[in-house]
Design a protein around this ligand. Sequence first.
Ligand SMILES: [Mn+2]
Length: 231
Amino acid sequence: MGRLQRVARNERGRDFAVGDIHGHFRRLEQALIAIGFDVRQDRLFSVGDLVDRGPESEEALVWLQRPWFYAVQGNHEALAVALVQGQWLDVDLYRANGGAWFLDSSAEDQARYVEQFSSLPLALEVDTLAGPVGLLHADCPCSSWQEWCDQLVVGPVKTALDVSQWSRRRLLQNDLTPVAGLRALIVGHTPGQSVRVLGNVWHIDTGGWLNGHFSFLDLAELDVRSARLES
Ligand SMILES: [Mn+2]
């Protein structure tokens, strides 16, 4: 797995980050139209959790083939990978959290999804004119981006990976400590009514999958565009 993916600056168009999608690709498409996203030159960076809960989880594979779409692996993609790899999993809890579509897929289809999900990076680093911007799903377990990247390259210990994909510590503790070495770190995983910035960590999941309110963060400007759809 390429655990850290570095992406060169977009010299032509704009780069946007978006929060958890959770199988709501129709809504995402409408929201992108609403902000004037241009597939010929703009790029979209997902903080993960492409699947589960919404009606179009299967679409994730189509989106992952698009040259302008990038994603890190969220805890929901990791659950699918864990299931297929035979790791211990609370299957009832997985089903209750939206995993039914995957649990009820054929073994062949599951293998197809997991091939893609397991190859997603755990972190993305995107260059912008004003400096590098990082993305991961939930939280950075280190106060230094370099330190976390070093752990990713050697292979994260399970606890570090769990923090990265599951933790809500910074939000719960209102921790304003910045992540050194980045202009901004962008995460999802915890829906809120608006984008929340703690230190240089941007929590951008405004529950587009829940209520149709997607927030897009322009990586170069650190400027939020909102799209509110009928849910
Ligand atoms: Mn999540």
